[in-house]
Design a protein around this ligand. Structure first.
Ligand SMILES: *Cc1c(COP(=O)(O)O)cnc(C)c1O
Ligand code: SF4
Length: 455
């Protein structure tokens, strides 16, 4: 069904931005901007700012509140109201303070303020493209992979991300899993001892009061076959005040606990957010990050590089980079798959392996996460595999136990082509003028006489 906005059907090309070349940065996200990322608008007289409950109570929850805060949006009021009717709004005062401009150039603005484009509805989009509702043996528990299950603990979030994959649930009815549902989930886990890893997700489970989170953790921990519990939460990004000493004291009683959070852009790495991540890690909780590739926000190798470098600096490990799901309401954020591959090509070799996430497509029809990489295997034969590295060097890796009699010792003199590598006649093809080789030449250290080494 094609949805219309007002009387006009939405034309995707009208929301299309010129595709930037991979190395280009969108003008909204220059390096200087992050270097001088302003501290959130903490009003010194506002003692409540650091109180997460105050942040929850004072969220922007309607278009009217949004217009009050950002009067320049009045020109878009009709579209905003239509989007609001379909997908709810919530923005914490903290996250709203990270908005630096009310245009599509501002990544935080785009991630939390509704846009009329959310109503664009081509036929291949679904409310539940991952068919999570089909993989629920009991309400709220998704059992897709053999050894893992995911519990939807609540559909409430402090801030509703416009790009949310669970847009069908998150916020559309703010509900909390009942004691009865938790009991059912625990019964299922007990009956399925092959499940060793339970992801507590939502919505955002850390929007619940600490005793409610503890109740869920205690219930899952009562299942002897469960080894690790993971919590999926965006609170370090949108409500870092939530990561209190009271919370981490409780969490560490249920170890091994892992947390995955959801930073998408370096502008989100504020001092508050960084401190929240560090508190979690200091409590012995390994923290990972799951980003979504979003058009006009982070679909750029350099933005992802800055994000990932910033994350490892606060001891958060980039875990996944997700291709946008085919979810109704997020089409305007979708990028071509090739963009993700380009980003992975850019990162590998250039950036610490610790800062490189796995790029995945969560397959439609509940196929689960599928990793996508650039092509590194160039050719194979029964005896050799030809690989390329990030510099474009081609090297051959001989299989074990291959008789050397017919291959002989590979000659190092200019191979004619890839076939020389796959047949073992040569071992490497090197691009001219590699900066690494330049460095080798410039480092005369090993060639100097011994006395030259002493200062
Ligand atoms: C992503 C996901 C998991 C966890 O997968 P990992 O690859 O182990 O992080 C588990 N269950 C469901 C339904 C998921 O979508
Ligand atoms: S915090 Fe997570 S579940 Fe909540 S709206 Fe954002 S992406 Fe969706």
């Amino acid at each position: 069904m094609r949805r219309t906005i007002g009387t006009q059907s939405v034309n995707l090309s009208s929301v299309e931005e010129p595709v930037s070349s991979p190395a280009d940065e969108p003008p909204s996200t220059t390096l200087q901007e992050v270097a001088s990322a302003p501290a959130p608008l903490v009003k010194p007289d506002d003692r409540n700012w650091g109180d997460w409950r105050w942040q929850m109570r004072n969220r922007i929850r309607s278009v009217s509140a949004l217009l009050e805060r950002f009067p320049s949006l009045r020109t878009q009021e009709a579209g905003l109201r239509e989007a609001e009717a379909k997908f709810p709004i919530a923005i914490t005062p903290y996250y709203a303070s990270l908005i630096k401009g009310t245009t599509r150039r501002d990544p935080v603005f785009q991630m939390c303020v509704p846009q009329v484009q959310e109503l664009y509805d081509p036929p291949f989009l679904r409310d539940d493209p991952l068919e999570e509702n089909e993989d629920m043996p009991v309400p709220g528990l998704i059992h897709r992979y053999p050894d893992r299950a995911l519990l939807i603990a609540t559909t409430l979030c402090s801030t509703y991300c416009r790009h949310c994959t669970r847009k069908r649930a998150a916020g559309s009815c703010e509900s909390v899993t009942t004691a009865g549902q938790i009991e059912q989930a625990v019964a299922y886990l007990n009956a399925h001892p092959e499940i060793m890893d339970v992801v507590v997700s939502g919505g955002d489970p850390l929007t619940l009061p600490t005793p409610a989170v503890e109740q869920i953790l205690r219930a899952i921990r009562s299942v002897p076959s469960v080894q690790i519990i993971r919590i999926g939460t965006r609170t370090p990004v949108v409500l870092p005040q939530r990561i209190t000493a009271e919370l981490t004291r409780m969490l560490r009683r249920y170890h091994p606990i892992w947390i995955n959070t959801h930073f998408n852009h370096p502008n989100e790495l504020t001092p508050e957010a960084t401190a929240a991540c560090e508190h979690l890690v200091d409590a012995g909780i390994p923290v990972g990050n799951q980003s979504v590739l979003l058009r006009g926000i982070n679909d750029n190798p350099k933005v992802i590089e800055r994000l990932c470098r910033g994350l490892v600096k606060c001891r958060v490990r980039p875990y996944y980079l997700f291709q946008c799901d085919l979810v109704r309401g997020v089409e305007h954020f979708r990028t071509p798959l090739s963009r993700g591959i380009e980003i992975m090509e850019y990162l590998r070799g250039r950036v610490s392996g610790l800062a490189i996430p796995t790029f995945v497509v969560d397959a439609p029809h509940g196929g689960g996460k599928i990793p996508i990489l650039p092509q590194y295997v160039v050719s194979t034969s029964p005896t050799h595999t030809v690989l390329r590295n990030f510099e474009g060097m081609l090297v051959t890796y001989p299989e074990p136990g291959v008789s050397r009699s017919n291959a002989g010792r590979p000659s190092e003199s200019s191979p004619a082509g890839v076939w020389d590598l796959s047949s073992g006649k040569a071992s490497v093809i090197t691009p001219a003028n590699l900066s690494r080789h330049q460095r080798r030449k410039e480092s005369e250290f090993h060639l100097l006489p011994a006395e030259a080494h002493t200062v």
